[in-house]
Ligand binder design. Structure first.
Ligand SMILES: Nc1ncnc2c1ncn2[C@@H]1O[C@H](COP(=O)(O)OP(=O)(O)OP(=O)(O)O)[C@@H](O)[C@H]1O
Length: 270
């Protein structure tokens, strides 16, 4: 495990350790029944950075992403060994509240999946079930703030009570990002969030990811090398269930250490 503990520079304050490691996977293996999909993956996710997971189809990117907020718990055949921590705490420890975990580690899926509810209620849903608003005006503030952060507010402010499903695909995806943000997550997982979007909507979501990294840690699965290069600071390359290589995105795309990374980013397979 890499340790980068550094003291804060706040004058007069007690020296507080700050760790840029937000999440850490140690020897993570996943089986679906008898088939092994991930092999001993060790990966550090740094705070307030975008980490891109790349690699050919079926290499285990989504499986790994789903381990980070225990979405694989819902797949009966899936079993995981190894350890994953969030701020140093084991997210698989017995008794851990998975609903709380998923509020801290939110997820945005490949296909925009707004609830069949109004735009307002889509965003208000999480804060309501987590009891984050004391009253109506609190809730209004959270919803409007989340829509603003997701870069959607101006487009929808006059129709908050209309169905979320009536928005364009790109707007729906930003609504899903607003919904994720509304419960104040620390980490946002995105599984190919732009694959159902046109280039303009994709550019808008990519800009948003760039803005969001100031406040959130983001892990994104993408099939687009250009997207990984544009939005991420670190890139992790998976192949056949193994983490092949991880490093600064610039290096991964200009001078990777592993031939499989080089072959993949130059389009020789995948
Ligand atoms: N629910 C499941 N049940 C059984 N096997 C699964 C399940 N989900 C994934 N797998 C298998 O696990 C392996 C890794 O799949 P995963 O979806 O994680 O890869 P991926 O890199 O995200 O692929 P893609 O880029 O095509 O989405 C594949 O062999 C896949 O068939």
């Amino acid at each position: 495990m890499m340790e980068h503990i550094q003291p804060t520079l706040t004058k007069g304050a007690a020296v507080q350790p700050i760790s840029p490691t937000k999440m850490q996977a140690e020897k993570v293996s996943v089986h679906y029944g008898t088939k092994q999909a991930l092999f001993d993956v060790n990966l550090e996710i740094l705070d307030r950075e975008v980490t891109a997971l790349i690699g050919p189809s079926g290499c285990g990117k989504s499986t790994f992403l789903r381990c980070l907020n225990r979405m694989n718990d819902a797949i009966a055949s899936a079993s995981m060994t190894g350890k994953i921590t969030l701020d140093g705490g084991d997210i698989y420890s017995p008794g851990l509240d998975v609903v709380e975990l998923r509020a801290r580690v939110g997820m945005v899926f490949q296909k925009p999946n707004p609830f069949p509810k109004s735009i307002f209620d889509n965003v208000a849903y999480g804060p309501r079930i987590h009891g984050l608003a004391r009253n109506k005006s609190d809730l209004q503030e959270i919803v409007v703030g989340s829509l603003r952060k997701a870069g959607l507010y101006e487009e929808v402010k006059d129709r908050l009570d209309e169905p979320g499903t009536g928005l364009s695909g790109g707007q729906q995806q930003r609504l899903c990002i607003a919904r994720a943000i509304a419960v104040s997550p620390e980490v946002i997982l995105m599984d190919e969030p732009c694959s159902a979007l046109d280039p303009i909507a994709t550019a808008r979501v990519e800009e948003l990811i760039d803005e969001l990294k100031q406040n959130y840690t983001i892990v994104i699965v993408t099939h687009s090398m250009q997207q990984a290069a544009r939005v991420s600071q670190r890139t992790a390359m998976f192949h056949l269930g193994y983490l092949v290589e991880v490093g600064p995105t610039e290096k991964m795309f200009s001078n990777p250490d592993d031939k499989r990374t080089q072959d993949y980013i130059t389009g020789r397979f995948g």
